[in-house]
Design a protein around this ligand. Sequence first.
Ligand code: HT7
Ligand code: ZN
Length: 890
Amino acid sequence: SAVINRADYIAPAYWIDTVDLSFDLDPAKTRVLNKMTLRRNADVPAEPLKLDGEELNLARVLVNGQGTSFRMEGEQLVLENLPEGAEAFELEIFTTCAPVKNTKLMGLYVSNDSFFTQCEAEGFRRITYFLDRPDVMASYSVTLRADKAKYPVLLSNGNLVEQGELEGGRHFAKWVDPHKKPAYLFALVAGQLVSREQRITSRAGKEHTLQVYVRPGDLDKTEHAMNSLMHSVAWDEARFGLSLDLERFMIVATSDFNMGAMENKGLNIFNTKYVLANQATATDTDYSNIESVVGHEYFHNWTGNRITCRDWFQLSLKEGLTVFRDQEFSQDLCFEPSARAVKRIEDVRVLRTAQFPEDAGPMAHPVRPDSYIEISNFYTVTIYEKGAEVVRMMQTLVGRDGFAKGMKLYFERHDGQAVTCDDFAQAIADANPASDLARLLPQFKRWYSQAGTPRVHGTGVYDAAARSYTLTLSQSCASTAGQAVKEPFVIPVGLGLLDADGADLPLQLAGEAAPVAAPRTFVLTEAGQTLTFTHIDAEPVPSILRGFSAPVVLEFDYSDAQLLHLLANDIDPFNRWEAGQRLAVRSAIESIAASACPAGAEPLNDAYVQAMRSVLRDPALDAAFKELVLTLPGETYIAEQLDVVDPQRIHAVREAMRAQLATALADDWAVVYEAHQDNGAYTPDPLSSGRRALAGMALTHLCIAATVSGDSVWPGKTYQRFKAAGNMTDRFNALAALVSSGHALAAEALPRFHAMFKDEALVIDKWFSLQTGAPDRGGNILPAVKQLMKHADFSLRNPNRARSVVSTFCQGNPAGFHRADAAGYVFWSERVIELDAINPQVAARLARALDRWSKLAEPYRSAAREAIARVAAKSDLSKDTHEVVSRALA
Ligand code: HT7
Ligand code: ZN
């Protein structure tokens, strides 16, 4: 497959100014008439017009109303005899396509008898021939024609300017988008849909209509999405002065969607998972995800749509920035500072468990990649989450107000343009000329160009005679494919020094006239740097990288006592949590290294267990934070800390740790559970969600302890709670406690749950994934997965369902998947190949389950490699899956 290189970017040979599309919608054969006005781009050498197309049937091509010659080059339509000169000309292309056969869910497809589109990144070419690249921005008008009874609602981008009846029971709607846009932001929807509507007046005094469209029957699950949208509109105005630029803003939900949602101009299309919620069917996590995703797509209206990417290598320009914005939005919606900290810890946990492994694996790429085979493979945690961290570091370096100024300048300079990551960084720096960012910009931009996770190594020396503490920080970054040597990064390091009482010391560097109140941020720019703090009366405990101030691995040889001190006292909640994680990882690694983990093993030391007890009992800490501290590092995270990975051993040790915490803290868990029962009305706010999360965690531990002791009281109570719960969070947590502890009552609760929610697809997804992600006991999960795939509700064609069964097992259940008999890998290879023929994007994501195969211990390593090779050897593999498996084998 062809490799596309960033260095090869050239501007298009033609611009497309206007696009007038007419659709005669029919599932089997949709007719598309595409009338465009084009002109040559005088800035580049003359070239034939090469239009992208995919799986289209071409019927007619006219230039200025006349037939013309054309040829095909692969799937591209090439036109050579076009009018010379700068004059605009009209090109008319008539094609047909078959939406009902479109299982890739890219371009125009049918889901539940309705039509939807997905054009990012390169789906528009599956609708019509076009210059399908983000730097070609055009004005669109769209006419949709369809059977009125089957498709009463006809939507596209912008404003509805005309609608009416047609012969034969058909009707039409004409939409005009007032904003120019790249083709990837085009959308249409047609079907039997109903909407929740809200009129709002913006701060700027303009009136807007917000709509959330769903299938009839789902309207009672749209209130939270609408509220989230209203909050998003208000937040972007308040924080960045960015107002909604459309009279009408629509969200439409579909249950067949490759990703989470799509920011099409004025017509966002969402996976139902990120729209539908009521207390009976959605958990607190669902509510919180909906808020983030609705915010994310809305914020794209400026960061992505008004200013878009010059080419797909710049994807993080919009995605990293928009993730940063949605993270800030969710934090700003938290009224308590502790809830903000919880959100930050959750975001960092995602980064470290998903992005750090990506940065160390075969798919490692810079935030601004240099090459790709299939761009869909680069909608990654590196582009999104690491990209957001890069933006966050810019904000740290210029300050919150400085960052807002930078955003203002970015829009002043580039509104309506397709630009690069360099343009963004330059605007933030130029708006803050006296900042560290401006001073260090070329070096800072290595975050865009160098892949891999930097490691910061710290050592501290206390000099009692000099009353000084010297902290030496050095940085390194392992080589990644094509980047053997890395230059030093700009790394903001949030820092504090704790005294023996746990209080922050004033920080005064040698040479500074006076102390500066902590916390402070130091900027590491060299391979090694030394900070000497004066006026220190006793050896402090350093709290380094506070708030996770940079996406790096921090190595510091803390003693257990120092970590316990940080866990008990640090004013920085992130580092407080982090100290607990470090202690747990340390115990896990020691136990994994020991020869075996017999039943009843107790890998955690007394001090750790005691510290966890103190956290649980601490009245000053809120429930959500306690739940995070008490959650042991995941198996994938532990695996990343090891050179050679035995997934079974990691699982055994982590399960032993869970059982130890369950048993040793049994009395506390019972108190915690009883103390966190809320009988008032359900609200998904962070405080009450945290209380429910901690109560759920208590229940799981009580069930685990009961399974160990043979006692039946708590499992019985859990089953009662499962049956009587007033909301999905409590019900699901109770069910999960039974499943995760392996209690026999799970076998009664699971069918009951299915029967209760058999018509709720998103709940049935939870039902599947709870079983396929359950702790493996003697290899029981793979047979269960195979059985579940025979269930009447299972389908590989629906991405949510496929992910809930196959991906949850292969990517979320390491011990179930990595089997000594290699059956997990055989299953994986069969599913990847099967899915690849249906939906390459879903297949390619699943293919990444074995990214870290080379770290595995034998016999897993060889068997995994063999399975990847088997997939790679398959002829007719999609570009998507081919790229993933060939990089894994390289
Ligand atoms: N910008 C959106 C990307 C997206 C996508 C990409 C490839 C294939 C299908 C897709 N659906 C949505 C999502 C976002 O970041 O907002
Ligand atoms: Zn996005």
